[in-house]
Design a protein around this ligand. Sequence first.
Ligand code: GRF
Length: 207
Amino acid sequence: VRLVVLVSGSGTNLQALLDAIAEDPGYGARIVAVGADREGTGGLERAERAGIPTFVCKLKDHATRAAWDEALTAHVAGHRPDLVVSAGFMKIVGPAFLAAFGGRVVNTHPALLPSFPGAHGVRDALAYGVKVTGCTVHFVDDGVDTGPIIAQGVVEVTEEDTPEGEAALHERIKEVERTLLVEAVGRIARDGHRIEGRKVHLGHVGE
Ligand code: GRF
């Protein structure tokens, strides 16, 4: 199974996928390209170190958001992915992208959706005073962090988790998130999946 991974940040989720693929010949998927919405991210460096082709598709290089969406779609399509993984990709993909890859785009979000969607899930959960938060791996639909849920992991929030400690809580979430993403992508790659409404069925595709 051919994976294209989209990143914006340090790329530790990407690294977890790279490590799983390197360590387990039976993982069932390989990363054929890594794309980013900006230059110089850790994710691009990790891909380059692994000898994986990369591309950058910057919003500001395009006259409109639709043009960027189409350019991103073309970049990804060029690598003929079976599955696209958004691993900390901080842009909302548009209609062209979803028309091309809808139902085959997996995203990871550092909160327990449907709570705290959007770009500040960790901060928002912390500010709300939740006792547990966590991460969600889900298929991308035309909303923001609203697609069918594949897997979730829980992280306790303690008294030590002050609003200033968002980064520390995010690191704890990312430890769970990396494992959740690697397992979900591997299962989809090996066993396939079927989406029925909001339910995701892994394995026995089409039975
Ligand atoms: C992840 O927690 C992801 O859910 C969020 O940003 C973080 C990206 O981390 N959107 P990395 O770039 O994979 O290290």
